[in-house]
Design a protein around this ligand. Structure first.
Ligand code: CO
Length: 170
């Protein structure tokens, strides 16, 4: 142990030399925190934007033999979500409930397909705080409730090289 320094918690690991090279010049501008404490556990779900729910679900259930375990509508996002569990995660089929909802707009510009990927974290609030301190732009600075009652927050796609990335805690 170094003189006069408190022993670090076991889960904290200093950022490696290799990765330090990728920090922006004057990395301090991007926040003081250089360590990664947050834990990404596994893929929680993959959100798939569909023009039409029933025919999309039929492909996964009838052709692939997956099970659909129900659906719910999230009014504030103008989306109906159906769940297809798969291992520790699931596929979520997203159908817009309004012609100008976010999912409808996504399909209009990018077509049907994968709309976002959600990563399960152990502590969403702490993860968001950590990302903010690292200067990572977030769409949601605080957790909100998403499909299936999960606590969710989106990272800005400019940070994630075009992937719309959701963090999720259940
Ligand atoms: Co999601």
């Amino acid at each position: 142990m170094m003189l006069g320094r408190k022993k670090k918690e076991g889960r904290r690991r200093p950022i490696g030399r290799r990765h330090r090279a990728f920090l922006p010049p004057g990395g301090r501008d991007r926040g003081q925190m250089k360590e990664t404490v947050m834990k990404v556990l596994h893929i929680d779900h993959i959100g798939i934007a569909a023009k039409e729910m029933d025919s999309t679900l039929r492909f996964f259930t009838e052709r692939l033999g997956m099970k659909a375990t129900g659906s719910e509508t999230i009014e504030e996002q103008a989306v109906r979500v159906a769940f297809l569990p798969l291992g520790e995660g699931e596929l979520e089929i997203l159908e817009s409930t309004k012609p100008d909802g976010p999912v409808a707009k996504f399909i209009e510009s990018r077509g049907e397909g994968i709309q976002h990927i959600a990563l399960r974290v152990d502590d969403l609030e702490a993860a968001l705080e950590e990302l903010k301190q690292k200067g990572v732009r977030l769409i949601d600075e605080k957790p909100r409730i998403g499909a299936g009652g999960a606590r969710i927050a989106f990272i800005h796609p400019k940070e994630t090289h075009g992937v719309l990335l959701e963090l999720c805690e259940r």
